[in-house]
Design a protein around this ligand. Structure first.
Ligand code: FNR
Length: 185
């Protein structure tokens, strides 16, 4: 049986490079069944609504609960993660003690058309994942800079070195998921 990976993309824009990267990596490891779990439909988190969650909140939380692992592919906004990504994390983390994220193995892929590989975003994200008790792949780290030139106009990954690196990253993630499972079972 394949390992179900929920892929969370931290950008809502149509031409998102993060989404291109997410799509490119999704088919790279044959043991992983990767599918994007959309976050754009989630209402702003409001603690008043925790006990009466919207259908969108519920469905998203169930989606995470039903996954074996989570891959975060995110751009950097002002040296941190985009608000929409933080919102999705908060939504599926509540009510207290009923987080959908707990114990799910995770990996983080930072994406930017600029420099510095979305380092600030990836590391702010890691802080939340540590608190959420998600065992997160440490190496290789994935900070993709200058990402625009790796894709053609159709959104296809055309850079061989990047492709090789991303394959290694996804193989390491698959191995990490196995290691984590072996430890917890
Ligand atoms: C950015 N961008 C950006 N890039 C970066 O490397 N570090 C940063 O801190 C920021 N800050 C930032 C803030 C806001 C509000 C926006 C809209 C953009 C540029 C960003 O990397 C670029 O827009 C990417 O294309 C966004 O990722 P997607 O949408 O292509 O996945």
């Amino acid at each position: 049986k394949k390992t179900k990976v929920a892929v969370i993309v931290g950008s809502l824009r149509k031409g998102s490079y993060s989404r291109m990267v997410a799509k490119a990596v999704s088919g790279m490891n044959a043991r992983l069944d990767c599918e994007i779990a959309e976050i754009g439909q989630l209402q702003h988190f409001n603690q008043d609504l925790e006990q009466t969650p919207s259908a969108e909140w519920k469905a998203f939380k169930e989606r995470i609960q039903g996954s074996d692992a989570v891959l975060f592919v995110t751009p950097e906004y002002n040296r941190s993660i985009p608000g929409v990504l933080k919102n999705a994390i908060d939504v599926a983390s509540r009510p207290y003690g009923q987080s959908a994220w707990a114990k799910k193995p995770a990996a983080v892929l930072g994406v930017t058309p600029g420099a510095l590989g979305a380092f600030g975003a990836a590391n702010h994200l890691r802080q939340s994942l540590a608190f959420l008790d998600m065992p997160t792949l440490q190496q290789p780290e994935a900070y993709l800079s200058g990402v625009a030139k790796f894709f053609d106009e159709g959104g296809k990954l055309t850079n061989a070195d990047t492709e090789a690196f991303l394959r290694k990253f996804m193989d390491a993630f698959a191995a990490w998921i196995d290691t984590t499972r072996a430890k917890t079972s």
